[in-house]
Design a protein around this ligand. Sequence first.
Ligand code: DP6
Length: 349
Amino acid sequence: WVLMVTAQTPTNIAVIKYWGKRDENLILPINDSISVTLDPAHLCTTTTVAVSPAFTQDRMWLNGKEISLSGGRYQNCLREIRSRANDVEDKKKGIKITKKGWEKLHLHIASYNNFPTAAGLASSAAGFACLVFSLAKLMNAKEDNGQLSAIARQGSGSACRSLYGGFVKWIMGKEENGSDSIAAQLVDEKHWDELVILIAVVSSRQKETSSTSGMRETVETSPLIQHRASEVVPKRIIQMEEAIRNRDFPTFTRLTCSDSNQFHAVCLDTSPPIFYMNDTSHRIISCVEKWNRSEGTPQVAYTFDAGPNAVLIARNRKAATLLLQRLLFYFPPESGADLNSYVVGDKSI
Ligand code: DP6
């Protein structure tokens, strides 16, 4: 017999960034962060987990290709979730697995991203969130999404925020064992549903410095990062929570853009400096800044993660349509800007 569960999890985009760890193994951050979870129809991971007495070892396939589960991050997630397994019974199939029985059984895991991994768009957030969620369902773990987020966090920090929709806060926590470093939903996906998220794929090349090693180098060498984590972000978190609750787009835009720019500033302050954005990214920033200023009130917020692709959050569908027209005008396909496609990360326009 085989018992299977399939789950789907969208990726999330931080508007107040997580950058820097206080514990590398447990993945504990040096500041709180806030993100928006995308619509599941775009940029999501679908994972099927299966258990059978016929399986002789844990195995995993990512987009059809087998990958190794021997890394510490996978092992931590699997161990944590196994320790929370409960009795599972499927009377129709005549299957009964006891709490103890899970220890001897092996898992097969198949995970797919609905976007090309090579597109340089973060996939680990959705991937680990989906892995932990589907295993929790298969093993009848009773933990709520907050508790599951603390397990997904040990796969990849940003993954903990993908357990919820809407706007989500990852509370850094104080405990040494990480038990209070969990995600919590600020508002659900219906709260601010006029927003439209576009991703301008500036380059589909894989990033040169991974987030994991980039943030380690920043913490080790940047004099600015401590100021950011202890002085700037705590204030921004309070203001951002309020802006989201009030659907205050001008404040939301100011905070989102400043936080992205400060994150890239601490990357530049790292030794040797880390460059995630390129000329096209910079031109997109100028284009959006100019447009926002000429309108008198902001139409679009921009934010860039550990790569050159722009995440653009438009205040409504009309602004998103105008934004798309502008991007096509400034970066026509023949411009050589390597801006090859637009993914609409929310409702299509
Ligand atoms: C710039 O979650 O990918 O996207 O915890 O080492 O796996 P690890 O890092 P990761 O870092 C994400 C960094 C970011 C900002 C953010 O998502 O908050």
